[in-house]
Design a protein around this ligand. Sequence first.
Ligand code: CO
Ligand code: CO
Length: 365
Amino acid sequence: MRLDRLEKLNRQIADHGIDCLALVPGANLFYLTGLSFHLGDRPTVALVRPGRPLALVLPALEAPKVDGLPDVQPYLWTDQEGYLPAFERACAELRLVGARIGVEAFTMRVVEAGLLEQCAPECRILPADGLVSALRMRKDPDELQSMRRAADLAQRALSATLEQFRPGMTERELDATLRTSILMTGAEDVSFDPIVSGGPNSANPHARPTDRPVGSGDYLLFDWGVRVDGYFSDITRTFPVGEMEPEMRRIYELVKEANADGREAVRPGVTCGAVDAAARSVIESAGYGDCFTHRTGHGLGLQVHEPPFIVAGNEMVLEPGMTFTIEPGIYLAGRGGVRIEDDVVVTESGAETLTTLRREWAPIG
Ligand code: CO
Ligand code: CO
């Protein structure tokens, strides 16, 4: 249990105009309690009501995880009994009839929201995604240590993968090599299904690996990361294979410059939108603005995508401890694409880049 974090949250719940915050398994619940559960077919909900212990409705088979935890009131249900009685007991004891209940609108499902409405008649369900994510945005030194290690292990995994690269390997074979390398570093898991795309497929920012062999004239793009202590890294590097057309070389240098200028713009007091503009203007002024089809970056931590979002129009002001990606790209349909993605943390005076893999043009194969 992170009682310091729960205390902060309790103060914010009152300020937010809600009576109670309902959380489902995921990053927010992990941040507050250190507990991980499945968001599966056995409904599990934590109810944070200021002035009371955290109420946790959970399947009885998960009881060992909460045994002896301070400030947790478990409401266990068994597969035989079903979950409705436990939700009824929790909602009655927390007096949630007619309460304003904040929920994670992007995560909570109809099943959990329906149980709350059924067991707390006349309650109002309100989106409150920002409550815990605001607390999570500024990372403490321990969290940053985990993120540094996540960056370090991801980089080692890529180096091991590149050592095994031979022209003619398929995207799927390279994907398998990368995944194996990630697990062999001792990381907990991959951050997400890696993107390993070659040639024309690299022009698709969210490509899936195919059986196409990667050969001369192709870009080979890796977008991958690992999880350490629950924290993610998210990196992209793009490698030319053999001989490349001059324009393909040119877009590489532009993306590299946009990445550098984006990272250079990061410091306390600057808006997220200004960081996006710093990276984007390099690509726009070279005439490739239409080929940079996504935001410059996203917050990174216990989730791969979390606030702050580095996107045009976002007036959120950067503060020390915030962690996010800088990942400009240029995608030429039918030919190939380049993306260079780094993970940064805002410091007191500027920024530190957690990812250190070289970004220079580096032909392979
Ligand atoms: Co990525
Ligand atoms: Co990313």
